[in-house]
Design a protein around this ligand. Sequence first.
Ligand code: SAH
Ligand code: SF4
Ligand code: F3S
Length: 459
Amino acid sequence: MNEDMTAYISGVREMMYTRAGGVPMAYVRTYGCQQNAADGEKIKGLLAQMGFEFTGSDQEADLIIFNTCAVREHAEDRVFGNVGALKNLKRRKPGLIIGVCGCMTEQQQVAERLQKTFPFVNMVFGTHVLHRLPEMLHQILAESQRVMLLGHEEKAIREDIPIRRDGRSRAWVTAMYGCDNFCSYCIVPYVRGREKSRRLDDIYNECRSLVESGYKEITLLGQNVNSYGKGLTEQVNFAQLLARLDSIDGDFRLRFMTSHPKDASKELFDVMAASRHIPHHIHLPFQSGNDRVLSEMNRRYDREKYLSLTAYARKVMPDVSFTSDVIVGFPGETYEEFLDTLSLIKEVEFVNLFTFIYSPRPGTKAAGMLDPISHDEKTRWFAELLKVQEGIAVNNCKKLVGDRQRVLVEGRDQKTGLLSGRTASSLVALFPGEDSLVGEFVDVEVTEAKGWSLLGRMI
Ligand code: SAH
Ligand code: SF4
Ligand code: F3S
């Protein structure tokens, strides 16, 4: 951390204490994917250094930050609605500071709209300038200015930003930032910039210290972790990174997301099969089961390649399970082509699917494509897909009855009051037990399948 940053931090700490009349409270709300969640933890890390404590209620806050997602239109609409709703709060509490950051703000027209339509928003900042948060707050407090900072990508990765983790047993660790793939429907490469990998030693040291401090699950993050290593001076690929991290001693799970099928290698599955810490589970988004659609999506693999990957993974890990992302109603997709997606789902039997109706993102290639199918029609296809997947997921859970599963306990299920945890394949398992087991691994015998989740008892 440089001297300027340290000076801003102590300046903000003093001014905020005075302004709030005591310890200032921050409410940080994060939308979108795990990458954004990881950014949210850095924002909180910086805020904690500036003397903030955290609240889950906007009413109590002296500072509100919305860390936004731009991946679908719906995500953006929600943010516009929620920011708009702060107007009254700000009227009652004029000292309140409001900031909007994250992927939405990286689109020039959106940042300008935020700035214009919401004059009570004090700061709008992009995904590449998180480390300048102390400076931005300083400017607002000392000079009563509104701040809009949509900085450029820095060449080097900032390793000096403190992290305040949301969980005590599960942690996110970024392996690589950005995305170079430009899938034709996707806004991420525009808002997150080019791929940049962290140095292996930085990742290793972070993971080792997490394990030493008792974390039980580490998830490596990247939009396409399989292209990890590109641009680093050391010669290393993702499979090698995993193998190195797997050498860390301790009782923990090592997960990763997301794997792009075009770069998934046999070596990756071999490392998983031989590992001590990596569950035999992989999130491998296929998006569509039809070759023409895949090509229009610029995914750079075809159905056959996808199926050969899952077949190889099953060969080296007979107990492997898959989850995936899928898009319904890509521009120009016909019902027949959609049926190829359905058949792929039936063939692979995913334990869980993250399903999306195509949403046009201004500035992407697909947004300019002809899209003759109505939203109603797409919604019908979507419902058909959900029904098929539900059958598969429920069936999969039924097959597990009588099995023993290792579960990492996450907390208590609100509805049933039972302990709730995740199996290796990330299925929810519910069972009776003491609060002290939260954050621990326990062995559970599955006694019943309840829809998408498992009921059981500890062994
Ligand atoms: N990097 C990851 C995906 C990140 S976005 C990967 O390549 O797999 C998460 C998911 O959102 C994508 O997998 C895709 O299924 C969905 N998605 C992205 N853009 C979308 C859009 N414009 N409309 C609908 N779904 C979209
Ligand atoms: Fe988007 Fe494709 Fe990059 Fe994933 S790989 S973030 S879907 S462009
Ligand atoms: Fe959304 Fe940005 Fe993630 S657009 S999905 S928060 S990378």
